[in-house]
Design a protein around this ligand. Structure first.
Ligand SMILES: [Zn+2]
Length: 245
């Protein structure tokens, strides 16, 4: 092989190696769309040192809203931030926290894949999950809108699932507000398919507004997303403890 060809092959091999190692690295934190992200593992939380509280054997289905072609809500200014990435980062953090508490989890999506709402419900059933928690972030035409709200589905007959969903929504909202200091928009009735069609207690968390510049700045900070995630985790734990009594 001529020297020029050897150099060409060597250069290609190096480029491919670099590309491969980059694309295989998971994007743990949220970054503007289309921007490669340096990946660092989250720092160990103090909670890891605590003795896990005894909790009922439960599987929590964690649903990162949207994904793939469905970007969800988006920031109003450039660079564009998309909800789907915040959702995935948050559920991964919640999963980490719950595992440290010996609570089993099932991620509906663990990458940038699009699943229909019905598929998400089916996956919850396949996982034999006991609770369903969907994580979203918000956007509104008014840039002033901000704060956190948690939805549950009320079919009008106040059945057990509705009551349990409401209790879970309240527990999670209380903890997330305490953890973040964000404005509470309350627990609300929402007619969303994933919380309506699931047979187990189900909630949908809206963790803040990408359309509010002040709140977006917070959401871009992984330390703030950890607070949101920690609040969701504590809320789930509070709820489970009431079931253990
Ligand atoms: Zn959403």
């Amino acid at each position: 092989m001529k020297l020029r060809n050897i150099l060409f092959v060597t250069t290609c091999a190096l480029l491919l190696t670099g590309c491969s190692s980059h694309t295989q690295a998971p994007c743990y934190y949220v970054c503007p769309d289309q921007t490669p992200t340096p990946v660092t593992a989250p720092r160990k939380q103090k909670v890891a040192a605590r003795k896990p509280a005894p909790l009922p054997k439960t599987v929590i289905a964690l649903d990162a809203g949207h994904g793939g072609k469905d970007f969800g809500a988006q920031s109003l200014d450039k660079p564009t931030y998309s909800e789907k990435n915040f959702n995935l980062t948050t559920v991964r953090m919640v999963e980490t926290f719950l595992k440290k508490k010996n609570v089993r989890t099932s991620l509906i999506r663990d990458d940038d894949t699009f699943y229909t709402l019905d598929e998400r419900v089916a996956m919850t059933e396949d996982a034999k999950a006991d609770l369903f928690v969907s994580v979203h972030y918000n956007a509104a035409p008014s840039r002033k809108a901000q704060g956190i709200e948690v939805y549950y589905y009320d079919d009008g007959d106040s059945d057990v699932r509705t009551q349990e969903s409401k209790a879970l929504a309240k527990a999670v909202l209380d903890r997330v507000i305490t953890a973040t200091g964000a404005k509470s928009r309350g627990i609300k009735h929402g007619n969303y398919a994933v919380i309506r069609k699931n047979k187990v207690p189900a909630i949908l968390v809206e963790g803040g507004f990408l359309s509010n510049s002040e709140e977006l700045e917070k959401l871009k900070d992984p330390a703030y997303l950890k607070k949101v995630s920690w609040g969701i985790t504590q809320g789930i734990e509070d709820y489970l403890k009431t079931k253990a009594q």
